[in-house]
Design a protein around this ligand. Structure first.
Ligand code: ATP
Ligand code: RIB
Length: 408
């Protein structure tokens, strides 16, 4: 076996099992321990792994060394094959107590990457009005990328799949993901559409926002590209999705996840009527108040109306419902019981991405084996820290969340 192939297989092994000893790898590849040491040192130099006493642990692994332009699998053939296989996916570890341990769950996220162009304003402009902004930034965003950021900050092993254009922003996306804590990612490139962007106003009065999104390449994901995620989806505890991609791709990912017995969490944002046609695939749906109102036809304005909306959304097909309610926290409904999980007090600076913080953190905690209520409490604490920071993708760390949880 050539050196490059052996190193790539060492990475595959570490990616799957997190750690390995020099001795074990030497016997696995039937080479000397010296050879393995030199492989590990080379991989450590590329910052793909970390050397530890007698072996190595994985740091993170990008599944690609460049942007991907084409793929060629037949999605329906793959799905049929999977549906005819008997699968024995491990049951979720149930109800782990919340603790300081780093999360162990695996979360696969299919979603958008956008470039966020933010203007900080004293107040939102009226129609036809120009006003001077107090500041402006250009940074990474997109619900998918923000949620991937949040889940990985919470400590989950995250695999993120997204699509960008063939423009300078695609390199920006690649750099952002490469230097983040996201464990691995697949970034496709569209031949026809530009990288998605969002024009955002953030009010300096209360941190509220106003957003116009151009989804661009995010809307061009093909079934073949979804088929490519099969190994990561099979390995994941949870698939987390939003509504910023072309809906057929989102639906295909759900069908694949269902066939692979991976739990599906859908954040139905931004709202589209398409959501109604996929509710039967959804294990947990996480609308905010606006989305819950649109989904259910019941105006959500307080806890009672949120309960009525949650019942309706459950009746429409979603197994469990979590309505996020800003500073009021979250309402859970599992088809039998309602549970209100209060928010944590926060000095809100920028609420852009609050929902993303909640969803990413929730998925990480749920994939780790926590109950829905425990995971929602963790996500409330996580999101309360996120609204205290500027920037949609600017997420807190797991230890900051544990400190906030301990303060309650
Ligand atoms: P956005 O669209 O701005 O990203 P959203 O409308 O999708 O947000 P919200 O329901 O407003 O999502 O907020 C999501 C979660 O963030 C809440 O459930 C709560 O945990 C937390 N959160 C939001 N705003 C506040 C706040 N002012 N104080 C404390 N926690 C907050
Ligand atoms: O949820 C916030 C995100 O919505 C922003 O980052 C923006 O890109 C839009 O997708």
């Amino acid at each position: 076996m050539f050196l490059e192939e052996r190193r790539s297989r060492i990475l595959d092994y570490l990616d799957k099992y997190d750690r390995a000893s020099v001795e074990y790898l030497a016997s696995l590849f039937t080479v000397t321990r010296e050879t393995i040491r030199s492989d590990l040192n080379a991989l450590a130099k590329q910052q793909l792994i970390q050397r530890c006493h007698g072996g190595a642990v994985i740091i993170r692994r990008s599944l690609q060394s460049k942007l991907i332009t084409e793929t060629g699998k037949d999605f329906e053939v793959l799905l049929k094959k999977l549906q005819h296989q008997t699968r024995h996916k491990n049951q979720r570890k149930k109800g782990l107590p919340m603790s300081n341990h780093a999360m162990k769950g695996k979360v696969c996220i299919l979603g958008s990457f956008n470039v966020d162009i933010v203007a900080k304003v004293d107040r939102f402009p009226k129609g036809g009005e120009s006003l001077l902004a107090k500041g402006s930034t250009l940074g990474p965003g997109g619900k998918g990328a923000n949620q991937a950021m949040a889940a990985s900050r919470a400590g989950a092993k995250v695999h993120f799949v997204s699509k960008v254009g063939k423009d300078q922003f695609s390199h920006f996306a690649y750099e952002h993901l490469s230097t983040s804590e996201i464990h691995s990612f697949r970034l496709y490139q569209s031949e026809t559409e530009p990288t998605g962007n969002a024009i955002i106003y953030v009010s300096q009065q209360n941190g509220e926002n106003m957003i116009a999104i151009y989804s661009g390449a995010n809307q061009t994901i093909t079934d073949e590209e979804i088929a490519d995620i099969t190994p990561e989806l099979e390995d994941a505890d949870v698939l987390l999705l939003q509504m910023e991609n072309n809906f057929p791709a989102t639906l295909s990912a759900m069908r694949l996840a269902r066939a692979l017995e991976t739990q599906i969490i859908l954040n139905p944002a931004p709202y589209s009527d398409d959501v109604l046609s996929c509710l039967n695939y959804v294990d947990i749906i996480t609308p905010n108040e606006t989305e819950a109102s649109l989904l259910s036809g019941i105006e959500v304005s307080d806890l009672d109306s949120a309960k009525a909306a949650a019942s309706k959304i459950h009746a429409l097909g979603a197994a469990r419902v979590i309505i996020t309610m800003g500073s009021r926290g979250a309402l859970l409904f599992d088809g039998q019981q309602y549970q209100h999980i209060p928010a944590f007090p926060a000095v809100s600076v920028d609420t852009t991405g609050a929902g993303d913080a909640f969803n990413g953190a929730f998925a990480a905690a749920f994939a780790d084996g926590q109950s829905v209520a425990q995971a929602a409490a963790y996500a409330n604490a996580f999101a309360s820290l996120a609204v205290e920071r500027e920037g949609a993708s600017n997420m807190p760390t797991h230890s900051q969340v544990m400190t906030r949880l301990a303060q309650r």
